[in-house]
Design a binder for this molecule. Sequence first.
Ligand SMILES: [Zn+2]
Length: 72
Amino acid sequence: MAQALAIPTSESAIPASIPLREVLPWAVFAGVILLSLLYLVGMDQGATSVFSGSMIHEFVHDGRHLLGFPCH
Ligand SMILES: [Zn+2]
């Protein structure tokens, strides 16, 4: 019962440091995923299209207009 009423000390208020070498791979992974999504929403049409057809363009069409990418 005494543990439930414990007041945090100044040592527990200090956030744990995360080494850069542990964060860097996840940051690169997130960057690749986000850039891929940005490409699919914003630029996958016409001559730069990776996938043929207009399925991706039509699927992300509203998102393209919402983000202000030129469309039609
Ligand atoms: Zn449009």
